[in-house]
Design a protein around this ligand. Structure first.
Ligand code: BG6
Ligand code: MG
Length: 220
């Protein structure tokens, strides 16, 4: 592939490292309930909605809680998480990402965000990326969480792109699955161990140009 129709980026863990703040807030909440989990289980929480995350945590010990309590716990976790991200600033954008996005813009390739998070708009504001992305589809705009492809399909529609010619960048296994389920070109950002189902896995954006990436994809 020489030039895709568009590129859609997941936010948490791709544009900025917020995954650890999610992990710590969920772990703190779980511990307050006497449930413990580690980094390996946390991989299953990446990319999925707040609701799905708490369901997965409660399922760890078969816990059943009333709806109001579940809501209260999600709010508590979100409060801790929002405190943790309140200091985010443009400098926190992951290394190599600004240059990569800039070249895509120069190439006139439309770019969008496809995130499960209901905090995405806050993060975009903190990072001052509002004018960078043409389209932002986040957790407030979808009904079905990744691995359902809804978030990316809505993104492609808004960007006027054909999924099979649109690249999705994802750090979560559920996100790679969502991209594959929507017949997108999937690029995993992180480790092969968790993202092996992607069409291509890159460790990060450091030193990567869109041209190099497109060549790697077309050589596959
Ligand atoms: C995803 C994160 O981007 O958003 C998940 O990878 C998170 O870890 C999900 O649970 C929902 O986020 P929020 O901010 O709406 O609780
Ligand atoms: Mg992510």
């Amino acid at each position: 592939m020489l030039k895709p129709d568009a590129c859609i980026f997941d936010l948490d863990g791709v544009i900025v490292e917020t995954s650890d703040a999610h992990f710590k807030a969920w772990r703190r909440l779980a511990e307050s309930l006497g449930i413990s989990f580690g980094e390996e289980f946390n991989e299953q929480l990446k990319g999925v909605s707040r609701r799905k995350s708490i369901e997965k945590i409660l399922a760890l010990d078969g816990r059943k809680l009333p709806e109001e309590e579940i809501q209260r716990l999600m709010d508590k976790k979100n409060g801790w998480y929002q405190d943790a991200i309140a200091e985010l600033a443009p400098d926190d954008i992951l290394e190599g990402v600004p240059e990569f996005l800039e070249v895509l813009q120069e190439m006139e390739i439309p770019i969008g965000i496809g995130s499960s998070s209901k905090n995405a708009q806050y993060i975009i504001d903190y990072l001052q990326l509002n004018d960078t992305f043409e389209v932002i589809i986040d957790g407030t705009k979808v009904e079905n969480t990744k691995p359902d492809p809804e978030v990316f399909l809505k993104g492609a529609k808004a960007l006027n792109s054909d999924p099979s010619k649109t690249i999705v960048f994802e750090d979560a296994a559920s996100g790679v699955e969502a991209a594959n389920n929507g017949r997108f070109i999937s690029v995993g950002v992180g480790s092969e161990e968790y993202l092996g189902d992607a069409d291509l896995v890159i460790p990060d954006f450091i030193g990567l140009t869109p041209e190099k990436l497109f060549k790697k994809l077309s050589d596959k």
